[in-house]
Design a protein around this ligand. Structure first.
Ligand code: SF4
Length: 221
């Protein structure tokens, strides 16, 4: 085909050749790379990601979980990846761990609507396995663009993986939690994942100590 044809004409051309399925990217297929700083707002970024084929999780997800909350939040929570409930509903942190996260947010004197909640990966790894390096490399630019657009004063990373992926470190969460880090000028507080707290409720007090540090920082003008 040559330029000068409308999309309709091009589709008709392929149909006449006997092509029944046109493949726009597909799993691991080509898709335009995100140019950092190019998205005007979150809806534009969400549209850009729609149908994303950029890693193999595209082949197993039900829904892309973009993230949700206040687009101008001063506080952002970042987890690892969607789980089963999130994959089914297309929303971040809606399962049991999500309910505990809601309680943590409310204990800080906030509501879920005040903050923004997202994950490093926008699609669920099969059987909730750990994210793989290539998946993180493909998806993390979307998170960075989200952070740029929201421009929070603080980010709380939930669990080992989110902290290590965002801060690009191999340090264990037990050493990172409770201490401010910085990424691109934004303060980052690593803490435990709510799913871990469901298994180890005795660690809730550690998370509460971490959240008090965040709460107090955000209360400063
Ligand atoms: S995990 Fe991210 S990069 Fe991979 S398919 Fe989903 S949205 Fe695209």
């Amino acid at each position: 085909m040559t330029s000068g044809f409308s999309l309709r004409e091009e589709l008709a051309y392929f149909r006449d050749l006997g092509v029944s399925d046109l493949y726009f990217g597909g799993v691991n297929g080509a898709a335009p790379a995100l140019v950092p700083g190019s998205m005007p707002d979150l809806p534009a970024l969400q549209s850009f990601i729609a149908g994303c084929p950029r890693c193999k999780l595209a082949g197993t997800r039900t829904n892309i979980v973009f993230g949700q909350g206040n687009p101008k939040a001063d506080l952002m929570f970042v987890g690892e990846a969607p789980g089963r409930d999130e994959d089914e509903q297309g929303l971040a942190f809606v399962g049991r761990a999500g309910q505990l996260l809601t309680k943590i947010i409310e204990a800080m004197g906030r509501s879920r609507e005040d903050v923004y909640i997202a994950n490093v990966l926008k699609c669920r790894p099969p059987n909730n396995r750990n994210p793989e390096r290539d998946e993180v490399a493909s998806c993390k630019p979307f998170l960075h663009e989200q952070i740029r657009l929201i421009s929070p004063r603080a980010i709380v990373t939930l669990g080992t993986f989110a902290a290590q992926a965002l801060l690009e470190t191999d340090e264990p969460i037990s050493r990172m939690r409770g201490q401010w880090r910085t990424i691109r000028g934004v303060r980052v507080m690593p803490t435990f994942h709510p799913a871990f707290l469901l298994r180890s409720p005795e660690r809730k007090k550690d998370v509460w100590e971490d959240m008090k540090i965040v709460r107090d920082y955000l209360a400063e003008k």
